[in-house]
Write a new protein. Structure first.
Length: 342
């Protein structure tokens, strides 16, 4: 008589917020966010450059550098989106999702150098060699129009970020901090910095015109530069964390653990790890303890049970690969950590 197969369960959930349809929708939304941002920032950059030449305003020159930097950075984000969509192959078995983080990291460096450093340099130059302000109303008009265009781009990025946060049951701030797709976060932070920078530039133009002192303009330019440096640092550190295999959040790990232990033959899963190998894509590794019945079954039956659980995990959206290892209950890796004992 043949030995019956070890019972299995189909209740293996995917990582929260990483559903296939949601992932496809998020990818399309990312493209829209970047396209809107590129169109808005290119128009803004040209308008600011013309206004900066006419007025001679240091803060307008800083904003010009900022907008050209944003445009270039969003082109980098678009390249990352396209390259990361390629299918997995023999050289990259988990796909090209990490390309998105690489290009977003380059975008952060662009904000730092082209936006932040040049703005600070322009502010220092204006402090040392102040120039008279001309055609103030041209600068004011351009900044107001820029604020409207930036607002359109900001709204699109905010909409996508809010939707991603809702899918993951997170606050907007938490999504900015822990989201695995950098696209919306990068555009959102860039546009938020741009709107603050526009407010600073408008205030500087008004104070320069009112007092006749170029110090206001210069200080505004330096503040805009420092703001961009802070944004660049925030984005660079987030993408660096993802590039060096950041772990999935605790709620995702718990979700995966529950899916594994729902199989009747699994007594416990003492060790479950998952790292991001792309936006909304995880590599899962788990050590599991089999029930006494499963452990006493023929080896081929246990092997089939492990293969079945692995296949069910990998069939779920959001999981690129799952590695399941069966360990005895007495295995040190499955024993409690003595340092955590009461």
């Amino acid at each position: 008589m043949s030995t019956p197969p070890i019972p299995a369960s189909d209740a293996v959930p995917s990582a929260p917020g990483d559903g296939g349809a949601d992932a496809d929708s998020a990818a399309g939304e990312s493209v829209r966010t970047v396209v809107v941002a590129v169109a808005a920032n290119l128009a803004i950059a040209v308008a600011k450059a013309v206004a900066a030449v006419i007025t001679g305003s240091a803060s307008l020159w800083a904003e010009t550098a900022h907008s050209f930097a944003d445009t270039g950075n969003e082109v980098l984000l678009f390249i990352g989106l396209r390259r990361s969509d390629r299918e997995a192959d023999a050289r990259h078995p988990f796909g090209y999702g990490q390309e998105r983080w690489f290009w977003a990291f380059l975008a952060a460096m662009g904000i730092f150098v082209v936006g932040g450093v040049l703005a600070i340099q322009e502010g220092i130059k204006s402090l040392l060699h102040p120039e008279a302000l001309e055609s103030v109303w041209v600068g004011v008009a351009v900044l107001l129009v820029s604020a409207v265009l930036e607002g359109i781009s900001w709204r699109q990025a905010h909409k996508q970020l809010k939707a991603e946060a809702a899918r993951n049951d997170r606050t907007l701030a938490r999504q900015l901090k822990r989201g695995s797709d950098p696209t919306a976060a990068t555009v959102f932070l860039e546009d938020s910095a741009a709107l603050i920078g526009l407010a600073l530039a408008l205030a500087a133009l008004g104070l320069h015109a009112w007092t006749g002192s170029a110090v206001w303009d210069a200080v505004s330019s330096i503040l805009i530069g420092l703001l961009l440096v802070a944004v660049a640092w925030r984005l660079a550190t987030r993408n660096k964390a993802l590039l060096i295999d950041e772990s999935a959040p605790p709620n995702v790990l718990e979700n995966v653990r529950e899916g594994i232990t729902s199989d009747p033959w699994v007594a416990d899963a003492p060790e479950v790890t998952a790292v991001f190998v792309g936006p909304r894509l995880l590599l899962v590794s788990a050590r599991v303890v089999a029930t006494r019945e499963a452990a006493d079954a023929p080896a081929e039956r246990l092997t089939e049970a492990v293969a079945g659980l692995t296949a069910r995990l990998e069939a779920r959206p959001g999981i690129a690969r799952a590695d399941i290892v069966v360990v005895p209950a007495s295995n040190p890796a499955s024993a409690p950590d003595p340092s955590t004992a009461p």
